[in-house]
Design a protein around this ligand. Structure first.
Ligand SMILES: [Zn+2]
Length: 142
């Protein structure tokens, strides 16, 4: 299951990038050539993050289509079936892959700090409440 090792490397990248802050969503670009099953990737993410600082975060996967440059007719085509790497115009196998091999963490959504504070509301407030200043009485207007 290569999704598991993918999740472990994603976890390493995100954990360094978050700098101790809570993470809500991890945005990924995954090329079709990676043959990643989104449901499996999401499941492995819960396994990898379970009990850790990234538990509860989720993956948002942006699939990158497979784009090929043809060495015979020179056309650039997008292929629907990543298992059949031939030119979409002339059918030649003399192709170069332009995109479709990506596996990138593009951005990270941090969890709203207000939510994090609400989650730890059971903790006792630290420090004494500020005492109200006594209001000085102004001189009477007579
Ligand atoms: Zn072609």
């Amino acid at each position: 299951m290569h999704e598991l090792s993918l999740c472990q490397s994603i976890h390493g990248i995100v954990d360094r990038a978050r700098e101790g802050r809570p993470v809500e969503v991890v945005h990924l670009q995954v090329g079709r050539l990676r043959q990643v099953v989104p449901e499996t990737l999401a499941y492995c993410w819960t396994l990898v993050t379970d009990g850790g600082p990234l538990a509860g975060s989720r993956l948002d996967i942006d699939h990158v289509p497979v784009v090929l440059d043809c060495g015979d007719c020179g056309r650039r085509t997008t292929v629907a079936d990543a298992l059949l790497l031939t030119c979409g115009s002339c059918g030649s196998g003399a192709i170069g892959v332009v995109s479709g091999e990506e596996l990138l963490v593009t951005s990270i959504d941090l969890r709203d700090p207000a939510d994090a504070a609400a989650a730890s509301n059971s903790a006792a407030p630290s420090g004494p409440a500020p005492a109200p200043e006594p209001t000085p009485t102004p001189a009477e207007e007579h």
